[in-house]
Design a protein around this ligand. Sequence first.
Ligand code: ADP
Ligand code: MG
Length: 683
Amino acid sequence: MKNTNNYIFLMEDLSKLKGIGSKTVKILKKKKINNIFDLLWRLPQSFTDRSVLSKISELQIGKIHTLKIIPKKYNFPRIRNLPNKVFCEDDTGNIDCVFFNSYEGYIKKILPLNQEITVSGKVSYFKKKYQLTNPTYISNNSSLVQALHNKYSLTDGISEKMYNKIINQVLHKLPSLTEWLNDKILKKFNNISWNESIIKLHDPTNIGNYNSNFFKRLAFDEILSSFLIFSEVRKKIKKIKKNKKNFTNKYFKNLIQKMNFKLTNDQVKVLEEINNDMKSQSKMFRLLQGDVGTGKTIVALISSLNVIESGYQVAFMAPTEILALQHYNLAKKIFPRNINVEILSSKIKNTKSKIIVKKLTENKINIIFGTHAIFQKKITFNNLGYIIIDEQHKFGVRQRKLLSDKGGSNCDTLLMSATPIPRTLTMSIYGDMDVSIIKDKPKCRKDVITYSKVESKIDEVIKFVRKNIIENNQIFWVCPLIEESKKIDHVSAIKKFQYLNKIFPNEVAIIHSKIDDNEKEKILLDFLNKKYKILVSTTIIEVGIDFPNANVIIIENTNKFGLSQLHQLRGRVGRGSKQSFCILIYKSNLSENAKKRINILKKTNDGFEISKEDMKLRGFGDILGFKQSGLKNYRLADPIQNEDLFLLAKEEVNRIEKEEKNLKKYKTLLKLYDQADIINDII
Ligand code: ADP
Ligand code: MG
């Protein structure tokens, strides 16, 4: 029986399904399958054809066969470790069904004597007899066995049979939902309904059929729903009227004299966009995108000064403590004395942090730097007017939301990101934001020259390092994570430090996540003041940090890093006017993909180009750490493959905004697809 328009069924907990135990539910939840709807998006990878019946006389050992057999006799030995057997036959021969760990009662139930039963499994041969050991399928209803059985890629702890049973149950009860797509759009997908599309999606004969109408329709639904949500969120943000910020740029004029460079044209343009937003009555929700080293920090700091001039506080959040520290130091250096600059991190001593919290409430701090620690519950701002989030892709949706909640009604938000991505991707991830882009790099920049070296030739690398030290250059030496575990990531760095310190005594410093804040600050300042020539580190220097004098970066075990990550790391050098170098050290057995990554890096310094290549190699889901950050991740749609659908959805949302009074028609779609549960506040 079909549910009519009962989308609620799809949102039910997995335990509502028949024959699914709490253990299975737990395994599925671990795989982020929380309700019945989530189940629909695990697609079959391949299938086993059990549709063709064989006779016993035709059996091939080692192959999977489906047979109709008649159980004739039980053999249940009372000796431990000996399997139970059922002697079966058809009109051409006989075969034993063999069971380890199955009770007699159960066996008698599934294989009753003298009745025709359909079984399927891998055939073996033992003591001159065919055997089916623990047959995968046994049923008196042959249609349940004689079919194509999907194979899914999530079998740890869940058998293929179990998963098929679950998914078939869901497909059987799939509700027919009232159509939400408009006729014109639906026609583009040959009028296929949602319900029919889902069934086709799980039909094993359709595996990999990404160009079909059913696939495109489902991908479109997904895109449309997220665009609609973006559009609503945006409307909501824009509807809230804030007080206009008033400023004269007076601090900026003062600051520009302290800088030893002129802003690039793009920096000026972007500042203007930000200023306009701040002076308007609508809240700013803007993404500032610019490749590594294009100078986003200074833009953020200048705009902060404008906000401070208008009498508001600023919160500047960075993903790592060292980056927060560096921004803080820069602000302290270039901001006028009368501006109160502070930093808060999870490692700052309690008494000090209490003082800072108090001062924030009393409006005695104008700008606070920190990691997400600055948005803890206990922190209240007196008059927060501007939130800046640096390297925003490193933060999750939840943190982003928490943060804008802190904002209050007069708060503008600027998100910064160093990952240049194609337009469809920007749309799909940041659909709710205005975007400013810095394309041009400061004029003095030279491309970083990139080499690769096999680990065994470390002597040559050391020679290169020595030459650079003599030339008074500084070097980053990056060590990889050990076994992907952050907890012990410092181990390889410490080992390398000891090794290098022997070769270059007193020239090497080390920094990793276990080092406490004050110490970290000291090391970084010392490095900045050229007290050390080499800074050994873990990937904590990956994002953001800026040491213009460092012009060599050595990255060990290159194969461990993705292309975009390597680009970010390399972006730590090449910031001054000197020629910079990047050496990628690899272990001898490089995979094909790792070779490609290295070649791409050697060929180009263009972040846009690199992210495009990265997506080709890895697919969009894996790139840019989206997976960790919990940012919108599409289940079917792919911003590269389905560019046309993204553009179509954009057009359609524009039409809906203009022509439709409310989103009632899309209620089911939004309820089902809105993973972050944002829309609940809206419809
Ligand atoms: P990112 O965009 O990667 O965050 P940063 O803001 O850290 O880059 O800037 C990188 C370096 O470029 C810094 O040392 C900064 O002082 C310098 N810089 C920024 N703008 C300019 C400019 N217009 N001309 C020259 N150097 C600049
Ligand atoms: Mg930066």
